[in-house]
Write a protein that binds this ligand. Structure first.
Ligand SMILES: Cc1cc2nc3c(=O)[nH]c(=O)nc-3n(C[C@H](O)[C@H](O)[C@H](O)COP(=O)(O)OP(=O)(O)OC[C@H]3O[C@@H](n4cnc5c(N)ncnc54)[C@H](O)[C@@H]3O)c2cc1C
Length: 413
């Protein structure tokens, strides 16, 4: 419920920020009509705290009306996505505008499965200054519908503006599940939306499933030593963030286009509390692009010295890949932290992951188990890395890496 207390001074600040034109000034007092969706935009701008929203106790909420799986569509500058887009990446038409970040397609892939199990729709939520035919890609990865909000204010990501628009859409359509990429944007946006909706949020999920009609959210807990399964039985929507490369990408079906539903949400500049003064884009080739690599050659503590680690760098160069490392190797100073794969490093899903002298601790596995083919070299036949490897070589990494280099060199013209 929303109430305007007698403290209201009739300053008119709340009227223009309401996305649904639900506030009028009558006799110098703000009056809220039935178009209000409880998005809270007016509460944020009221200088005298005269507007109050009281929330229903979660136990008394009617959850039956919440239906559908939503995926937030993240758009980024072309160069921020990087040149090494995955197979099934984006066709040429998306080049005119910003690109859809690949994690969106991963979320749609898992979202499709969840929606099918629930017998509900999969919807993409797209906030943009201009639509460049994004519904083609979104449909190809499984979306039935795209809720599109088009407004020049949505060119640049802004926490207040984006969260207000999503909260308004959520109040209107009542989705049961909402998924976000655990990216810089998703990690900023999802908590804001969750707190405005008075619902929970499970961050960095590594698996999502349906159990008794509810979203079962799994994520590592206690430093990755256990997997926690989390349910939200008393609140909706059920909200999760998922890191890039965790969910398997489904094969796109081009030709299946999502239905676009245009949403007319008024967005007022007054909501914007942060002004971007300058934007600097990283050069596409700067830094280590582990998350986009198709081949990764990783080394662990078993590599022992920087000198020996160089074998892996050479092997990697011959295979056209990127060098990865376990935290053990990083702690020993064999590689710097930007190369670390795992829970506190980068989550990867290359076609080929070659691991040398890595034991396979759960915190490492969680960051690479989505790789298509894992080849592990370890001198301990009981090393846990062999549980996830497709091909396991029991032997000395310092002998096997040079032999592989030799064999590859012979094959090169
Ligand atoms: C909160 C938290 C977050 C973490 N995040 C991460 C993370 O993001 N990434 C990560 O990797 N770890 C992470 N860790 C650390 C993790 O628990 C392990 O300690 C780490 O992965 C071990 O690295 P390692 O496998 O290289 O070393 P070890 O566990 O020491 O294993 C070395 C392996 O090399 C093998 N070996 C030795 N010599 C040879 C040889 N000559 N030839 C072949 N094999 C050989 C050994 O048999 C052994 O299996 C995290 C831990 C915590 C608590």
């Amino acid at each position: 419920m929303i109430n305007v207390s007698p403290k209201c001074i009739g300053c008119n600040k709340c009227v223009p920020v309401c996305p649904f034109a639900a506030i009028q000034l009558i006799d110098k007092k703000a009056v809220i009509n039935e178009a209000c969706t409880l998005c809270g935009a007016c509460v944020q701008v009221c200088p005298v705290q005269a507007i109050e929203i009281s929330r229903e106790e979660t136990a008394t909420r009617d959850l039956g009306g919440y239906k559908g799986v939503w995926v937030f569509v993240e758009l980024v500058e072309d160069r921020a996505v990087g040149g090494a887009a995955k197979e099934g990446g984006q066709p040429a038409h998306a080049k005119q505008g910003r690109k859809i970040r690949p994690v969106t397609f991963e979320l749609l892939s898992i979202g499709r499965k969840l929606a099918d199990q629930l017998g509900e729709e999969l919807c993409a939520v797209l906030l943009t200054d201009k639509n460049y035919g994004y519904e083609k890609d979104l449909g190809a990865y499984g979306a039935d519908k795209v809720y599109l909000v088009e407004n020049p204010e949505l060119y640049e990501y802004n926490t207040d503006i984006f969260s207000t628009a999503i909260v308004a859409l959520t109040h209107k359509h009542k989705p049961s599940i909402m998924l976000y990429g655990a990216t810089i944007m998703g990690r900023d946006l999802a908590p804001r939306v969750a707190s405005s909706l008075y619902t929970g949020l499970t961050a960095d999920c590594t698996a999502l499933a349906i159990k008794d009609g509810q979203l079962l959210q799994s994520r590592p807990a206690f430093g990755g030593n256990i997997m926690a399964d989390i349910l939200s039985p008393r609140s909706r929507p059920q909200m999760s963030t998922v890191r890039p490369n965790v969910m398997k990408l489904s094969d796109p079906i081009y030709g299946k286009i999502a239905v676009t539903v245009r949403e007319d949400i008024k967005i007022d500049k007054g909501l914007r509390r942060v002004k971007v003064l300058e934007r600097k884009l990283e050069k596409a080739d700067a830094g280590v692009k582990l998350d986009e690599a198709r081949v990764i050659v990783s080394g662990g503590r078993g590599m022992k010295t920087k000198e020996r680690f160089k074998h892996l760098e050479e092997l990697c160069r011959l295979l056209g890949g990127v060098v990865g490392a376990s935290r053990g190797a990083v702690d020993m100073g064999l590689k710097d932290k930007t190369h670390q794969v795992g829970q506190s490093g980068t989550t990867v899903s290359p076609k080929l992951y070659l691991s040398f002298g890595i034991s396979g601790a759960v915190q490492h596995i969680v960051g690479m188990k989505a790789s298509d083919v894992i080849v592990a070299v370890n001198n301990d036949p009981d090393a846990p890395i062999f549980n996830v490897a497709k091909y396991g070589i029991v032997g000395d990494a310092h002998e096997i890496a040079p032999k592989l280099i030799e064999a590859l060199k012979k094959r090169k013209p």
